[in-house]
Design a binder for this molecule. Structure first.
Ligand code: NAP
Ligand code: HSE
Length: 448
Protein backbone atom coordinates (compact mmCIF):
# COMPACT_ATOMS: atom_id res chain seq x y z
CA UNK A 1 0.00 0.00 0.00
CA UNK A 2 1.36 3.43 -0.91
CA UNK A 3 1.81 5.99 1.85
CA UNK A 4 -0.99 8.25 0.55
CA UNK A 5 -3.43 5.33 0.28
CA UNK A 6 -2.45 4.31 3.77
CA UNK A 7 -3.12 7.81 5.17
CA UNK A 8 -6.55 7.95 3.57
CA UNK A 9 -7.70 4.88 5.50
CA UNK A 10 -6.29 5.96 8.89
CA UNK A 11 -8.37 7.83 11.47
CA UNK A 12 -6.79 10.41 13.74
CA UNK A 13 -6.39 9.24 17.34
CA UNK A 14 -7.80 11.48 20.05
CA UNK A 15 -6.08 11.66 23.39
CA UNK A 16 -6.73 13.59 26.60
CA UNK A 17 -4.30 14.88 29.22
CA UNK A 18 -4.83 15.26 32.93
CA UNK A 19 -2.12 17.71 33.98
CA UNK A 20 -0.59 20.49 31.91
CA UNK A 21 2.49 21.45 33.89
CA UNK A 22 6.13 20.85 32.93
CA UNK A 23 5.57 17.44 31.31
CA UNK A 24 2.03 18.01 30.02
CA UNK A 25 3.07 21.14 28.14
CA UNK A 26 6.11 19.27 26.81
CA UNK A 27 3.84 16.54 25.41
CA UNK A 28 1.73 19.10 23.51
CA UNK A 29 4.91 20.76 22.22
CA UNK A 30 6.44 17.48 20.99
CA UNK A 31 3.20 16.43 19.28
CA UNK A 32 2.97 19.88 17.68
CA UNK A 33 6.60 20.43 16.70
CA UNK A 34 7.12 16.86 15.43
CA UNK A 35 3.67 16.52 13.84
CA UNK A 36 4.89 15.54 10.39
CA UNK A 37 7.55 13.12 11.71
CA UNK A 38 4.94 11.44 13.89
CA UNK A 39 2.47 11.31 10.99
CA UNK A 40 5.09 9.72 8.75
CA UNK A 41 5.86 7.09 11.39
CA UNK A 42 2.30 6.43 12.54
CA UNK A 43 0.24 7.08 9.46
CA UNK A 44 -2.25 9.22 11.35
CA UNK A 45 -2.35 12.25 13.65
CA UNK A 46 -2.40 12.32 17.44
CA UNK A 47 -4.98 14.95 18.37
CA UNK A 48 -5.02 16.40 21.89
CA UNK A 49 -8.75 16.84 22.46
CA UNK A 50 -9.08 17.83 26.14
CA UNK A 51 -6.66 18.77 28.93
CA UNK A 52 -7.66 18.84 32.60
CA UNK A 53 -5.87 21.21 34.98
CA UNK A 54 -6.52 22.67 38.40
CA UNK A 55 -6.76 26.28 37.25
CA UNK A 56 -7.85 26.99 33.67
CA UNK A 57 -6.97 30.68 34.01
CA UNK A 58 -3.30 30.11 34.85
CA UNK A 59 -0.74 31.68 32.46
CA UNK A 60 1.10 28.91 30.57
CA UNK A 61 4.07 28.83 28.18
CA UNK A 62 2.29 26.49 25.79
CA UNK A 63 -1.08 27.70 24.48
CA UNK A 64 -3.92 25.46 23.32
CA UNK A 65 -7.15 26.19 21.44
CA UNK A 66 -10.38 27.44 22.97
CA UNK A 67 -12.40 24.84 24.88
CA UNK A 68 -9.55 22.35 25.30
CA UNK A 69 -8.76 23.15 28.94
CA UNK A 70 -11.14 22.01 31.64
CA UNK A 71 -10.91 21.85 35.41
CA UNK A 72 -12.83 18.59 35.50
CA UNK A 73 -10.69 15.46 34.83
CA UNK A 74 -13.90 13.50 34.18
CA UNK A 75 -14.35 15.58 31.00
CA UNK A 76 -11.21 13.82 29.76
CA UNK A 77 -11.92 10.38 31.17
CA UNK A 78 -15.54 10.25 29.94
CA UNK A 79 -15.06 11.80 26.51
CA UNK A 80 -16.14 9.04 24.09
CA UNK A 81 -13.72 10.25 21.38
CA UNK A 82 -10.68 9.93 23.66
CA UNK A 83 -9.11 6.48 23.59
CA UNK A 84 -5.90 7.27 25.54
CA UNK A 85 -5.79 9.19 28.83
CA UNK A 86 -2.40 10.64 29.77
CA UNK A 87 -2.06 11.20 33.53
CA UNK A 88 0.54 13.87 34.31
CA UNK A 89 -0.46 15.38 37.64
CA UNK A 90 1.83 13.36 39.92
CA UNK A 91 1.35 12.17 43.51
CA UNK A 92 -0.84 9.27 44.56
CA UNK A 93 -4.18 10.92 45.30
CA UNK A 94 -6.14 11.66 43.12
CA UNK A 95 -3.85 10.42 40.30
CA UNK A 96 -4.40 6.73 41.14
CA UNK A 97 -8.14 7.25 41.10
CA UNK A 98 -8.03 8.96 37.68
CA UNK A 99 -5.91 6.15 36.23
CA UNK A 100 -8.26 3.45 37.55
CA UNK A 101 -11.34 5.33 36.39
CA UNK A 102 -9.89 5.75 32.89
CA UNK A 103 -9.15 2.00 32.69
CA UNK A 104 -12.63 1.16 33.99
CA UNK A 105 -14.05 3.22 31.14
CA UNK A 106 -11.99 1.27 28.60
CA UNK A 107 -9.27 3.88 27.97
CA UNK A 108 -5.62 3.05 27.54
CA UNK A 109 -3.42 4.98 29.96
CA UNK A 110 -0.04 6.66 29.69
CA UNK A 111 1.53 7.98 32.86
CA UNK A 112 4.83 9.36 34.15
CA UNK A 113 3.73 8.70 37.71
CA UNK A 114 6.31 6.58 39.52
CA UNK A 115 4.68 7.24 42.90
CA UNK A 116 1.46 5.52 41.80
CA UNK A 117 3.10 2.72 39.82
CA UNK A 118 5.60 1.78 42.54
CA UNK A 119 2.93 1.59 45.24
CA UNK A 120 -0.20 0.56 43.27
CA UNK A 121 1.36 -1.02 40.19
CA UNK A 122 -0.22 -4.42 40.78
CA UNK A 123 -3.71 -2.90 41.03
CA UNK A 124 -3.27 -0.72 37.91
CA UNK A 125 -1.65 -3.41 35.76
CA UNK A 126 -4.10 -6.11 36.85
CA UNK A 127 -7.09 -3.95 35.95
CA UNK A 128 -5.51 -3.05 32.61
CA UNK A 129 -4.81 -6.74 31.91
CA UNK A 130 -8.38 -7.76 32.85
CA UNK A 131 -9.76 -5.13 30.48
CA UNK A 132 -7.28 -5.84 27.66
CA UNK A 133 -5.85 -2.32 27.84
CA UNK A 134 -2.33 -0.92 27.62
CA UNK A 135 -0.53 1.17 30.23
CA UNK A 136 2.53 3.08 29.02
CA UNK A 137 4.95 4.27 31.68
CA UNK A 138 8.27 4.91 29.92
CA UNK A 139 8.55 8.40 31.46
CA UNK A 140 8.26 7.07 35.01
CA UNK A 141 11.97 6.13 35.16
CA UNK A 142 14.95 7.98 33.70
CA UNK A 143 13.09 10.87 32.01
CA UNK A 144 13.86 10.61 28.29
CA UNK A 145 15.94 7.41 28.51
CA UNK A 146 14.03 4.44 27.05
CA UNK A 147 15.13 2.13 29.86
CA UNK A 148 11.72 0.60 30.56
CA UNK A 149 11.41 -0.44 26.92
CA UNK A 150 14.98 -1.78 27.04
CA UNK A 151 14.25 -3.93 30.09
CA UNK A 152 10.87 -5.16 28.86
CA UNK A 153 11.95 -5.88 25.29
CA UNK A 154 15.59 -5.37 24.34
CA UNK A 155 16.93 -7.36 27.32
CA UNK A 156 14.07 -9.85 27.46
CA UNK A 157 16.44 -12.77 26.78
CA UNK A 158 18.46 -12.14 29.94
CA UNK A 159 18.40 -12.99 33.60
CA UNK A 160 19.10 -9.58 35.12
CA UNK A 161 21.92 -9.82 37.66
CA UNK A 162 22.33 -6.20 38.72
CA UNK A 163 21.02 -2.68 38.22
CA UNK A 164 22.88 0.44 39.30
CA UNK A 165 21.09 3.68 38.51
CA UNK A 166 21.44 7.40 38.87
CA UNK A 167 17.73 7.98 38.40
CA UNK A 168 16.92 11.26 40.08
CA UNK A 169 17.90 14.28 38.02
CA UNK A 170 17.43 16.77 40.84
CA UNK A 171 19.66 14.90 43.30
CA UNK A 172 22.33 14.32 40.66
CA UNK A 173 22.18 17.98 39.63
CA UNK A 174 22.69 19.02 43.27
CA UNK A 175 25.54 16.58 43.94
CA UNK A 176 27.31 17.47 40.67
CA UNK A 177 27.08 21.21 41.28
CA UNK A 178 28.36 20.72 44.85
CA UNK A 179 31.22 18.52 43.56
CA UNK A 180 32.29 20.43 40.46
CA UNK A 181 31.44 24.03 41.30
CA UNK A 182 31.26 24.05 45.09
CA UNK A 183 27.57 25.12 44.91
CA UNK A 184 25.53 25.35 48.11
CA UNK A 185 22.85 22.70 48.61
CA UNK A 186 19.90 25.09 49.01
CA UNK A 187 20.90 27.33 46.06
CA UNK A 188 21.33 24.41 43.71
CA UNK A 189 18.03 22.83 44.79
CA UNK A 190 16.26 26.14 44.05
CA UNK A 191 17.78 26.16 40.54
CA UNK A 192 16.60 22.56 39.94
CA UNK A 193 13.08 23.58 40.99
CA UNK A 194 13.13 26.58 38.64
CA UNK A 195 14.13 24.31 35.78
CA UNK A 196 11.10 22.05 36.46
CA UNK A 197 13.19 19.00 37.47
CA UNK A 198 12.02 18.66 41.06
CA UNK A 199 8.86 16.95 42.30
CA UNK A 200 6.12 19.22 43.70
CA UNK A 201 7.42 18.07 47.09
CA UNK A 202 11.23 18.27 46.57
CA UNK A 203 11.87 16.21 49.69
CA UNK A 204 10.98 13.24 47.44
CA UNK A 205 14.05 14.07 45.34
CA UNK A 206 16.55 14.83 48.08
CA UNK A 207 15.44 12.17 50.56
CA UNK A 208 15.70 9.39 47.97
CA UNK A 209 11.96 8.58 47.86
CA UNK A 210 11.62 9.31 44.13
CA UNK A 211 14.69 7.17 43.43
CA UNK A 212 13.19 4.33 45.48
CA UNK A 213 9.90 4.60 43.56
CA UNK A 214 11.79 4.32 40.27
CA UNK A 215 13.97 1.48 41.56
CA UNK A 216 10.83 -0.44 42.56
CA UNK A 217 9.54 -0.14 38.98
CA UNK A 218 12.85 -1.36 37.55
CA UNK A 219 12.99 -4.26 40.02
CA UNK A 220 9.44 -5.31 39.16
CA UNK A 221 10.26 -5.47 35.46
CA UNK A 222 13.72 -6.99 35.89
CA UNK A 223 12.74 -9.75 38.31
CA UNK A 224 8.99 -10.24 37.71
CA UNK A 225 7.73 -9.22 41.13
CA UNK A 226 5.88 -6.45 42.94
CA UNK A 227 8.34 -5.19 45.51
CA UNK A 228 7.01 -3.30 48.54
CA UNK A 229 8.75 0.10 48.37
CA UNK A 230 8.93 0.09 52.18
CA UNK A 231 11.37 -2.83 51.91
CA UNK A 232 13.82 -0.74 49.87
CA UNK A 233 16.34 0.80 52.24
CA UNK A 234 16.27 4.52 51.37
CA UNK A 235 18.59 7.33 52.38
CA UNK A 236 18.84 10.74 50.66
CA UNK A 237 21.59 13.29 50.06
CA UNK A 238 20.82 15.83 52.77
CA UNK A 239 23.66 14.60 55.01
CA UNK A 240 26.29 14.96 52.27
CA UNK A 241 28.72 17.77 53.04
CA UNK A 242 31.38 19.49 50.90
CA UNK A 243 33.93 17.93 53.28
CA UNK A 244 32.83 14.37 52.42
CA UNK A 245 32.82 15.24 48.71
CA UNK A 246 36.45 16.44 49.07
CA UNK A 247 37.54 13.36 51.02
CA UNK A 248 35.83 11.10 48.47
CA UNK A 249 37.93 12.74 45.74
CA UNK A 250 41.11 12.17 47.75
CA UNK A 251 40.34 8.45 47.88
CA UNK A 252 39.56 8.41 44.13
CA UNK A 253 35.77 8.24 44.46
CA UNK A 254 32.70 10.31 43.51
CA UNK A 255 29.55 10.42 45.62
CA UNK A 256 26.35 9.57 43.73
CA UNK A 257 22.80 8.88 44.88
CA UNK A 258 22.57 5.33 43.59
CA UNK A 259 19.65 2.97 43.16
CA UNK A 260 21.01 -0.54 43.52
CA UNK A 261 19.34 -3.88 42.84
CA UNK A 262 21.23 -7.17 42.76
CA UNK A 263 20.11 -10.73 42.50
CA UNK A 264 21.80 -12.59 45.36
CA UNK A 265 20.76 -16.26 45.39
CA UNK A 266 17.00 -16.19 45.71
CA UNK A 267 16.96 -12.74 47.35
CA UNK A 268 17.24 -9.23 45.97
CA UNK A 269 19.47 -6.55 47.40
CA UNK A 270 17.45 -3.33 46.93
CA UNK A 271 18.73 -0.03 48.29
CA UNK A 272 18.98 3.69 47.61
CA UNK A 273 21.68 5.78 49.28
CA UNK A 274 24.57 8.13 48.57
CA UNK A 275 27.36 5.84 47.42
CA UNK A 276 31.07 6.33 46.88
CA UNK A 277 32.00 4.90 43.49
CA UNK A 278 35.39 4.78 41.73
CA UNK A 279 35.92 7.90 39.61
CA UNK A 280 36.88 5.66 36.68
CA UNK A 281 33.44 4.02 36.48
CA UNK A 282 31.17 5.46 33.74
CA UNK A 283 28.48 6.21 36.35
CA UNK A 284 30.90 8.57 38.14
CA UNK A 285 30.96 10.76 35.04
CA UNK A 286 27.19 11.21 34.88
CA UNK A 287 26.67 14.82 35.90
CA UNK A 288 23.94 17.44 36.15
CA UNK A 289 20.38 16.42 35.36
CA UNK A 290 21.64 13.44 33.35
CA UNK A 291 20.60 9.97 34.50
CA UNK A 292 22.19 6.63 33.73
CA UNK A 293 21.19 3.05 34.37
CA UNK A 294 23.84 0.35 34.31
CA UNK A 295 22.33 -3.10 33.89
CA UNK A 296 24.07 -6.42 33.82
CA UNK A 297 22.33 -9.30 32.08
CA UNK A 298 23.68 -12.85 32.10
CA UNK A 299 23.76 -12.98 28.29
CA UNK A 300 24.40 -9.39 27.24
CA UNK A 301 26.88 -8.51 30.01
CA UNK A 302 26.99 -4.88 31.18
CA UNK A 303 25.00 -2.22 29.28
CA UNK A 304 24.50 1.40 30.25
CA UNK A 305 21.70 3.78 29.26
CA UNK A 306 22.40 7.48 29.53
CA UNK A 307 20.40 10.65 28.89
CA UNK A 308 18.46 13.55 30.38
CA UNK A 309 16.57 12.29 33.40
CA UNK A 310 14.10 15.12 33.91
CA UNK A 311 12.74 18.24 32.28
CA UNK A 312 9.99 19.17 29.89
CA UNK A 313 11.09 17.88 26.49
CA UNK A 314 13.08 14.74 27.43
CA UNK A 315 10.21 13.49 29.59
CA UNK A 316 7.68 14.37 26.91
CA UNK A 317 9.76 12.35 24.42
CA UNK A 318 9.17 9.26 26.60
CA UNK A 319 5.44 9.99 27.06
CA UNK A 320 4.93 10.44 23.30
CA UNK A 321 6.83 7.21 22.60
CA UNK A 322 4.21 5.38 24.70
CA UNK A 323 1.43 7.19 22.85
CA UNK A 324 2.85 6.09 19.50
CA UNK A 325 3.18 2.52 20.75
CA UNK A 326 -0.46 2.39 21.87
CA UNK A 327 -1.64 4.15 18.70
CA UNK A 328 0.18 1.55 16.60
CA UNK A 329 -1.56 -1.22 18.54
CA UNK A 330 -4.89 0.51 18.07
CA UNK A 331 -4.33 0.88 14.34
CA UNK A 332 -3.56 -2.85 14.11
CA UNK A 333 -6.54 -3.71 16.32
CA UNK A 334 -4.39 -5.28 19.07
CA UNK A 335 -3.65 -4.43 22.69
CA UNK A 336 -1.74 -5.77 25.70
CA UNK A 337 0.56 -7.72 23.36
CA UNK A 338 3.31 -7.03 25.88
CA UNK A 339 2.48 -7.41 29.58
CA UNK A 340 3.47 -4.41 31.76
CA UNK A 341 6.34 -6.25 33.48
CA UNK A 342 7.09 -8.36 30.41
CA UNK A 343 6.45 -11.49 32.55
CA UNK A 344 3.24 -13.51 32.24
CA UNK A 345 0.76 -12.95 35.05
CA UNK A 346 1.33 -16.53 36.31
CA UNK A 347 5.10 -16.04 36.50
CA UNK A 348 4.96 -13.00 38.84
CA UNK A 349 6.33 -14.08 42.23
CA UNK A 350 7.19 -12.70 45.65
CA UNK A 351 10.93 -12.28 46.17
CA UNK A 352 12.53 -11.57 49.53
CA UNK A 353 14.45 -8.32 49.91
CA UNK A 354 17.76 -8.71 51.72
CA UNK A 355 18.05 -6.93 55.07
CA UNK A 356 20.37 -3.89 54.83
CA UNK A 357 22.18 -5.08 57.97
CA UNK A 358 23.36 -8.18 56.04
CA UNK A 359 25.23 -6.01 53.56
CA UNK A 360 28.92 -6.89 53.30
CA UNK A 361 30.77 -4.04 51.55
CA UNK A 362 33.51 -1.46 52.28
CA UNK A 363 32.63 1.73 54.15
CA UNK A 364 33.88 5.30 54.49
CA UNK A 365 33.80 6.64 58.05
CA UNK A 366 34.40 10.25 59.09
CA UNK A 367 35.02 11.15 62.72
CA UNK A 368 35.56 14.45 64.45
CA UNK A 369 38.22 13.39 66.90
CA UNK A 370 40.54 15.01 69.41
CA UNK A 371 44.04 15.21 67.98
CA UNK A 372 46.14 13.31 70.52
CA UNK A 373 48.20 10.13 70.60
CA UNK A 374 46.26 6.85 70.96
CA UNK A 375 42.98 8.02 69.38
CA UNK A 376 43.39 5.93 66.25
CA UNK A 377 44.23 2.83 68.22
CA UNK A 378 41.09 3.22 70.36
CA UNK A 379 38.94 3.55 67.23
CA UNK A 380 40.65 0.69 65.44
CA UNK A 381 40.33 -1.42 68.60
CA UNK A 382 36.53 -1.13 68.49
CA UNK A 383 36.47 -1.75 64.74
CA UNK A 384 38.70 -4.81 65.16
CA UNK A 385 36.44 -6.19 67.88
CA UNK A 386 33.65 -6.11 65.28
CA UNK A 387 35.75 -7.82 62.64
CA UNK A 388 36.14 -4.63 60.62
CA UNK A 389 39.56 -4.12 59.11
CA UNK A 390 40.97 -0.79 57.94
CA UNK A 391 42.07 -0.19 54.36
CA UNK A 392 43.27 3.43 54.66
CA UNK A 393 43.25 6.41 57.01
CA UNK A 394 43.55 10.16 56.47
CA UNK A 395 43.82 12.81 59.17
CA UNK A 396 43.46 16.37 57.96
CA UNK A 397 45.56 19.00 59.65
CA UNK A 398 47.26 19.01 63.06
CA UNK A 399 45.66 20.65 66.11
CA UNK A 400 47.19 19.07 69.19
CA UNK A 401 44.41 18.70 71.74
CA UNK A 402 41.91 20.22 69.28
CA UNK A 403 39.32 18.64 66.98
CA UNK A 404 40.32 17.27 63.55
CA UNK A 405 38.47 15.26 60.92
CA UNK A 406 39.72 11.71 60.68
CA UNK A 407 38.65 9.47 57.82
CA UNK A 408 38.86 5.70 57.62
CA UNK A 409 38.03 3.49 54.66
CA UNK A 410 37.37 -0.11 55.64
CA UNK A 411 37.61 -3.40 53.82
CA UNK A 412 34.32 -5.27 53.32
CA UNK A 413 32.44 -5.47 56.60
CA UNK A 414 28.98 -6.47 57.77
CA UNK A 415 26.71 -3.44 58.13
CA UNK A 416 25.24 -4.88 61.34
CA UNK A 417 28.74 -4.95 62.89
CA UNK A 418 29.58 -1.51 61.54
CA UNK A 419 26.47 0.07 63.08
CA UNK A 420 27.27 -1.50 66.45
CA UNK A 421 30.90 -0.35 66.25
CA UNK A 422 29.79 3.21 65.44
CA UNK A 423 27.53 3.26 68.50
CA UNK A 424 30.46 2.19 70.68
CA UNK A 425 32.97 4.62 69.12
CA UNK A 426 30.54 7.54 69.50
CA UNK A 427 30.68 6.91 73.27
CA UNK A 428 34.48 7.42 73.39
CA UNK A 429 35.49 10.70 75.08
CA UNK A 430 37.83 11.51 72.15
CA UNK A 431 34.95 11.59 69.63
CA UNK A 432 33.19 14.95 69.45
CA UNK A 433 30.35 14.51 66.95
CA UNK A 434 28.11 11.96 65.20
CA UNK A 435 30.10 9.66 62.94
CA UNK A 436 29.33 9.98 59.23
CA UNK A 437 29.40 6.77 57.22
CA UNK A 438 28.94 6.13 53.53
CA UNK A 439 28.75 2.88 51.60
CA UNK A 440 31.32 2.13 48.89
CA UNK A 441 30.65 0.13 45.72
CA UNK A 442 33.81 -0.92 43.89
CA UNK A 443 32.70 -3.14 41.02
CA UNK A 444 29.21 -1.97 39.97
CA UNK A 445 28.39 -4.77 37.58
CA UNK A 446 31.56 -4.32 35.50
CA UNK A 447 33.22 -7.30 33.84
CA UNK A 448 36.20 -8.34 35.96
P1 NAP B 1 3.71 19.92 37.44
O1 NAP B 1 4.54 20.80 36.61
O2 NAP B 1 3.53 20.22 38.89
O3 NAP B 1 2.25 19.86 36.76
C1 NAP B 1 1.16 19.22 37.37
C2 NAP B 1 -0.09 19.50 36.54
O4 NAP B 1 -1.18 18.75 37.09
C3 NAP B 1 -0.51 20.97 36.55
O5 NAP B 1 -0.95 21.33 35.26
C4 NAP B 1 -1.72 20.99 37.51
O6 NAP B 1 -2.69 21.96 37.18
C5 NAP B 1 -2.29 19.61 37.26
N1 NAP B 1 -3.06 19.07 38.39
C6 NAP B 1 -2.64 18.85 39.65
N2 NAP B 1 -3.64 18.32 40.39
C7 NAP B 1 -4.71 18.22 39.56
C8 NAP B 1 -6.05 17.77 39.71
N3 NAP B 1 -6.49 17.28 40.88
N4 NAP B 1 -6.88 17.80 38.65
C9 NAP B 1 -6.45 18.29 37.45
N5 NAP B 1 -5.19 18.72 37.23
C10 NAP B 1 -4.33 18.69 38.28
O7 NAP B 1 4.21 18.41 37.36
P2 NAP B 1 5.21 17.80 36.27
O8 NAP B 1 6.59 18.15 36.63
O9 NAP B 1 4.70 18.05 34.92
O10 NAP B 1 5.06 16.24 36.63
C11 NAP B 1 3.97 15.47 36.18
C12 NAP B 1 4.26 13.99 36.41
O11 NAP B 1 5.41 13.63 35.65
C13 NAP B 1 4.58 13.59 37.84
O12 NAP B 1 4.14 12.29 38.07
C14 NAP B 1 6.11 13.60 37.86
O13 NAP B 1 6.64 12.77 38.86
C15 NAP B 1 6.38 13.05 36.50
N6 NAP B 1 7.68 13.37 35.94
C16 NAP B 1 8.13 14.65 35.93
C17 NAP B 1 9.34 14.95 35.34
C18 NAP B 1 9.87 16.35 35.30
O14 NAP B 1 11.01 16.52 34.86
N7 NAP B 1 9.12 17.35 35.72
C19 NAP B 1 10.09 13.92 34.76
C20 NAP B 1 9.62 12.61 34.78
C21 NAP B 1 8.40 12.34 35.37
P3 NAP B 1 -2.37 23.55 37.24
O15 NAP B 1 -1.37 23.77 36.15
O16 NAP B 1 -3.66 24.21 36.96
O17 NAP B 1 -1.81 23.79 38.60
N1 HSE C 1 11.95 14.89 40.08
C1 HSE C 1 12.38 13.89 39.19
C2 HSE C 1 13.90 13.99 39.02
C3 HSE C 1 11.74 14.06 37.84
O1 HSE C 1 14.49 15.01 39.42
O2 HSE C 1 14.50 13.04 38.54
C4 HSE C 1 12.03 12.93 36.88
O3 HSE C 1 11.40 11.76 37.29
Amino acid sequence: MKKTDNLKTMKDIHIGLIGFGTVGQGVVRVIDENRSILRDKLGCEIVVKRIAVRDVRKERDVRVGEGILTDNPMDVIEDPDISIVVELIGGITPARDFILRALERGKHVVTANKAVLSTHGREVFTLAGDRGLDVGFEASVGGGIPVIRALREGLVANRIDSIYGIINGTANYILSKMTNEGGKFEDVLRRAQEKGYAESDPSFDIEGTDTAHKLAILINIAFGTYVDTRDIYTEGITRITPLDIRFAREFGYRIKLLAIAKLVGDEIEARVHPTMIPESHPLAKVDGVFNAVHIRGNAVGPVMFYGLGAGMMPTASAVVSDLVDICRNQLKGVSSRLTPLSYTQEAIKDIKIKNIEDLDIPYYLRFLAIDKPGVLSRISGVLGAHNISISSVIQKGRKIGGAVPLVIVTHSALERELRQAIKEIEKLDVILDKIIYLRIEENLGAVN
